[in-house]
Design a protein around this ligand. Structure first.
Ligand code: T4K
Length: 367
C-alpha cells in the first residue's frame, strides 16, 4: 500500500487536453489570455466577490498583496502554519511577530494578539489552518480598534464557508493557494481576493511588472502572473469541485467513525457554522493514552506505506531563520500541537473507503 497526504485532484483529462490544444493553437500562452480571464470570472462568481486576481503561487501572492497594501514594520501571524506564511513577510522586509494558537481550533488566538501590537504593527495575518476559518469577528474588531489591516492566508480554504460566506471573501483581503497538493489545484497557482476596486487595480499592476500599456512602467512591479495552461487546469478542476468536496467529506466522516474506537487519537471536528472542504485529515495523538508518541506512529505508518505528515512541525518560530532571530520565543500551545499533530492521507489520496480501514487498522497495530 502507498498512500499520500496531498495527492492532486486530476480533472477530466480529455477536457483538459482540448483546452491545452486550444491554447497551443492560439499561441497565446500567458499574459492574461482568454483562459486566465475566463478562470478569474468563474472564481469571482464562485466566491461571490468583486476581484479574483490569479497569481503563479500563494507565496508570491502574499508578497504582492502585502506590498500593494503598503504594509511595513511588523505583522502578527500564527507560528503554526506552513513556512511560506512567514517567509512571504520576511522577503517583503517585514518582521513576522508570531502569536500562539487556540489549541481547540489550531488557529491564531485573538486573546493573545493585543499584547503583541506595537507602534510598528501594520496588520494581522490570520491563516485558516486546515480550511477552518479564523475567528473573523474578533480579528476584525482588533484590527479596526488599532487601525490595522486584516489579511488572510487562505491557502487551505478554497471551498470552505463560514456562516454561509466563502472564507476567501472575508475582508480586507485573502490569498488562496492552488498548489498541486491543495483541495483545488492549477498545478501551481493561487489568487488574491478582494472587494476593494482600487486595491485590485494596484495588485493587477504589480503582478505584471507595473506595466500600464505597452511600455509605460508605473512602479516596482514583479512577475506574479498565472499562465494559460494553469488557468485551463483551474477551469477543469472547478467543474469537479463539488464532487471532490463530497468525496473528501465521505472520507473524513469514515475516519471520524473508525478512529473514535481508538483511545488517545482524536480527529479535528468542525462547528455547525462551517462547511470545510475536508481536504486534510488532522489527528492529534495523546501519548499518555495512546501509549506511543506521534513520532512513533508516524514512523510506523511510513514503514507500512502510509506517508502521514507532521504538519507543521516544528513551527515557524523553531525553523530558520526565525529560530536564530528569536531564540527565546516560546509558544507553548503551538509547540505542544507541533509534537502531537499528524495528517493522514485524505481527499484524493484515498480512492475507496477500504483504504481508510487499512490506515486505521495500521494505527491499531502501532506497538
Ligand atoms: N500558506 C499556507 C498555510 C500553506 O499551506 C501554503 C502551502 C502556502 C501558504 C504557500 O502556497 P504556495 O506558494 O505553495 O501556493 C506542500 C505544498 O508544497 C505547499 O504548497 C503546501 N502549503 C503545504 C501544506 O504542502 P509539502 O512539503 O508537504 O509538499 P510535498 O511535495 O511533500 O507533497 C506532499 C505529498 O503530496 C507528497 O507526499 C506526495 C503528494 N504529491 C505532491 C505533489 C507536489 C503528489 O502526489 N503529487 C504532486 O505533484 O508542501
Amino acid at each position: 500500500m502507498s498512500l499520500f497526504v496531498g495527492r492532486p485532484n486530476i480533472p477530466d483529462i480529455d477536457k483538459f487536453l482540448v483546452k491545452t490544444k486550444n491554447i497551443l493553437e492560439s499561441k497565446h500562452l500567458t499574459n492574461y489570455g482568454p483562459m486566465v480571464r475566463a478562470f478569474e470570472e468563474r472564481l469571482t462568481e464562485y466566491l461571490g466577490v468583486k476581484h479574483a486576481i490569479t497569481v503563479c503561487n500563494a507565496t508570491i501572492g502574499l508578497m504582492v498583496a502585502i506590498n500593494a497594501m503598503e504594509l511595513s514594520g511588523e505583522i502578527i501571524l500564527p507560528s503554526f502554519t506552513f513556512i511560506a506564511s512567514a517567509h512571504a513577510l520576511e522577503w517583503d522586509g517585514i518582521k513576522p511577530v508570531f502569536c500562539d494558537i487556540d489549541p481547540k481550533t489550531h488557529n491564531i488566538d485573538p486573546v493573545k494578539i493585543e499584547e503583541l501590537i506595537t507602534d510598528k504593527t501594520t496588520a494581522i495575518m490570520g491563516v485558516h489552518i486546515w480550511g477552518r476559518v479564523c475567528p473573523h469577528d474578533e480579528l476584525l474588531k482588533i484590527a479596526r480598534k488599532y487601525n490595522l489591516k486584516l489579511i488572510y492566508d487562505a491557502a487551505h480554504a478554497f471551498g470552505t464557508t463560514y456562516k454561509m460566506k466563502q472564507a476567501a471573501a472575508l475582508e480586507d483581503l485573502s490569498v488562496l493557494s492552488f498548489h498541486a497538493t491543495k483541495a483545488f489545484n492549477t498545478f501551481e497557482g493561487g489568487a488574491i481576493i478582494t472587494n476593494n476596486d482600487k486595491l485590485a487595480k494596484k495588485i493587477r499592476n504589480y503582478c505584471n511588472f507595473s506595466f500600464e500599456g505597452e511600455d509605460n512602467v508605473t512602479g516596482l512591479g514583479i512577475n506574479a502572473k498565472m499562465s494559460e495552461i494553469h488557468a485551463a487546469m483551474g477551469l477543469c478542476n472547478l467543474d469537479k469541485l463539488p464532487d471532490v468536496i463530497a468525496h473528501n467529506k465521505k472520507v473524513y466522516e469514515c475516519y471520524k467513525e473508525k478512529l473514535s474506537g481508538i483511545n488517545g487519537i482524536s480527529i479535528i471536528e468542525y462547528s455547525e457554522n462551517e462547511n470545510n472542504n475536508y481536504h486534510y485529515i488532522i489527528t492529534e495523538i495523546d501519548e499518555s493514552i495512546f501509549g506511543k508518541t506521534r513520532d512513533e506512529l508516524h514512523k510506523h505508518l511510513h514503514e507500512n506505506g502510509v506517508a502521514a505528515r507532521r504538519y507543521f512541525h516544528p513551527g515557524c518560530h523553531k525553523s530558520e531563520p526565525y529560530r536564530t532571530l528569536y531564540p527565546n520565543l516560546n509558544l507553548p500551545f503551538t509547540e505542544n500541537l507541533c509534537k502531537n499533530v499528524l495528517a493522514l492521507p485524505g481527499g484524493s489520496g484515498i480512492d475507496c473507503i477500504e483504504q481508510v480501514n487499512e490506515v486505521v487498522a495500521l494505527i491499531k497495530t502501532c506497538d
